[in-house]
Design a protein around this ligand. Structure first.
Ligand code: MN
Length: 549
């Protein structure tokens, strides 16, 4: 029996802290269900005290997602730990993850106030006391408590040992040693684990955990070095999304452990065939496309261009391939599913791709497939992933519906767009026209004009989901207003239609946000936050409190 490495996914917490990610509650729930299918051991679902949206996301995931342990983040503060415990109350298997900074640079910046101590030595003692109290309080909510020494990567090793020993004595069952700033090299990071293991010799049951950031492109390498040095939990995210340059990519960590089992001698509980569907789902929910050269899940990860490589691979696959595309859920096979293929062929294909469609939505999804089959000759697996994910995204409360668009673009003339928007609350219809620098600009101006909303366009991009001139185009629009972001994603074989649909979806998100702010401030489970605080984005990471490790 090989040693197990616990895969702790933090796509919904650290990943959600990536600027502009701002996943909605429904997107988070769908990702959490996919993570359960993928077989992750722990899902870090959010940071409940940071915002009402985070609190609700954790509570819903704890209630609805079974299989993995559901984890909530909390600073080493009573209110945070209580909020985490309350958000997790309905869960069957739950974990509270509490953290406090331990590096001198963090101590100096965050604990400058004299109430934490007059000297650096006193501040260090205060940190240890706060860590111990937070862990003890967390243990009153659940047996499974993780403690993180934030910025451990830049913490004095002697002090780090004192802190982790205190946390273990207080009842922490997992000790995380994060390289919060992505500063360490693999050798240095491994040395921290060797030191921590040595000072925890009285607590052999405590699991050591790695949490790495990719600021120097070393997140995966550092995570693997930690495993070699005794870490038995790795914290990672789908596609490596996360704060700044991101976290260690789950798919790369998992496949390195699988492909190089000869070197690591450990196993994970991951169903690797679910890696690509999970990656696509995360890309769709965050609006960050997967680069084609991305390890394991990139579209080109298994394609060979050079003739000598193609020749080699045709003779023997292992000449240039160290793993098989199908083992990570990447299939290049074009399924010639047409409109006459029928429901059976369609749904059995979805089953094989691990795309679960609830009974109530099967007919809608099938109708969308037939409509797509009318516009497109070949339907690739990737088209299906997008179709299903798109169909299952419930609308933000619909305020505006785009009824039609007309765009004219001809050489030598300014492009012009005309739109008709239906206002769902009043039943009013508005037609507006605008010109612009290009057809998309004209389209967006016409929509702004029709809706009369003030905001900025933060990002717009379009990419082709599959190949060929009839490929499905995916448009992503990110609007910003008062520090909050609102995203719309839409797919269509007509890229202008996709752009308009994505823009209207983002406008609907923005209108929903404003409607919520007009309603009463959120009061729940003993914590109170006002939606009037612009620091709380729409379902965002709650920038009102500092969470960065
Ligand atoms: Mn982090």
């Amino acid at each position: 029996m090989k040693d197990r490495v616990i895969i702790f996914d933090t796509t919904l917490r650290d990943g959600d802290q990536a600027p502009g990610a701002a996943m909605s509650l429904d997107e988070k729930l769908r990702i959490a269900h996919q993570l359960a299918r993928l077989g992750v051991d722990v899902i870090e679902a959010g940071f409940p005290v940071s915002s009402p949206a985070q609190h609700e996301a954790v509570a819903r995931i704890a209630e609805e997602v079974s299989g993995p342990v559901i984890c909530a983040l909390a600073r080493a503060l009573e209110a945070d730990v209580r909020a985490a415990g309350e958000a997790l109350a309905a869960g069957a298997r739950t974990r509270i993850h509490t953290f406090i900074a331990t590096s001198d640079i963090h101590l100096d910046a965050k604990f400058g106030d004299p109430r934490f101590g007059a000297t650096p030595a006193e501040k260090r003692r205060t940190i240890i006391r706060m860590a111990r109290e937070a862990v003890r309080l967390a243990r009153t909510f659940t047996e499974d408590v993780e403690f993180s020494a934030e910025d451990a990567g830049r913490t004095d090793v002697g002090y780090l040992c004192e802190v982790v020993r205190a946390a273990a004595e207080a009842g922490a069952t997992t000790i995380n040693i994060p390289d919060t700033t992505g500063y360490c090299t693999p050798e240095e990071y491994a040395a921290l684990f060797e030191a921590a293991r040595a000072c925890l010799k009285d607590h052999p049951e405590v699991v050591l955990s790695a949490h790495c950031h990719d600021d120097l492109g070393l997140a995966v390498a550092n995570s693997l070095a930690a495993v070699r040095a005794g870490a038995r939990q790795v914290e990672c995210t789908l596609n490596g999304i996360g704060e700044r340059a991101g976290n260690a990519a789950l798919e790369a960590v998992v496949m390195a452990l699988h492909v190089r089992a000869d070197r690591f001698g450990v196993a994970t509980g991951i169903d690797t065939r679910q890696l690509t569907p999970a990656s696509r789902m995360a890309a769709l929910a965050t609006g960050f496309p997967v680069p084609p050269n991305k390890a394991v899940v990139g579209r080109n990860a298994f394609s060979h261009e050079a003739g000598i490589h193609q020749h080699g691979v045709l003779r023997r696959r292992d000449t240039y391939e160290i793993m098989r595309a199908e083992d990570v859920g990447q299939t290049t096979e074009a399924i010639r599913l047409g409109r006459h293929s029928g429901r059976h062929g369609f749904f059995s294909r979805l089953d094989r791709l691990g795309l679960a469609v609830p009974e109530a939505q099967r007919e809608t999804v099938y109708r969308q497939f037939v409509a797509l089959a009318d516009r497109k000759k070949e339907i690739f697996d990737e088209d299906l992933v997008h179709l299903v994910n798109g169909a299952l995204v419930p609308d933000a409360t619909e305020h505006y519906r785009l009824e039609w668009v007309r765009v004219t673009a001809a050489s030598g003339q300014p492009p012009e767009a005309e739109v008709q928007v239906f206002f769902c609350e009043t039943g009013e219809r508005v037609v507006r026209r605008a010109t612009g620098d290009g057809p998309v600009d004209a389209l967006f101006r016409a929509l702004d004009h029709a809706v009369g909303s003030a905001h900025e366009l933060a990002t717009y991009h379009i990419r082709s989901v599959t190949e060929g001139s009839d490929a499905l185009g995916e448009a992503t629009v990110l609007l910003s207003d008062g520090g909050a972001f609102f995203r719309g994603v839409a797919r269509h074989t007509d890229v202008l239609q996709a752009s308009a649909d994505a823009y209207v979806e983002a406008l609907n998100q923005l209108a929903t946000h404003h409607a919520d702010r007009r309603s009463v401030a959120f009061v729940g489970h003993g914590i109170m936050h006002s939606f009037g605080n612009p620091a709380f984005g729409a379902g965002g990471a709650g920038n009102g409190v500092a969470a960065s490790h």
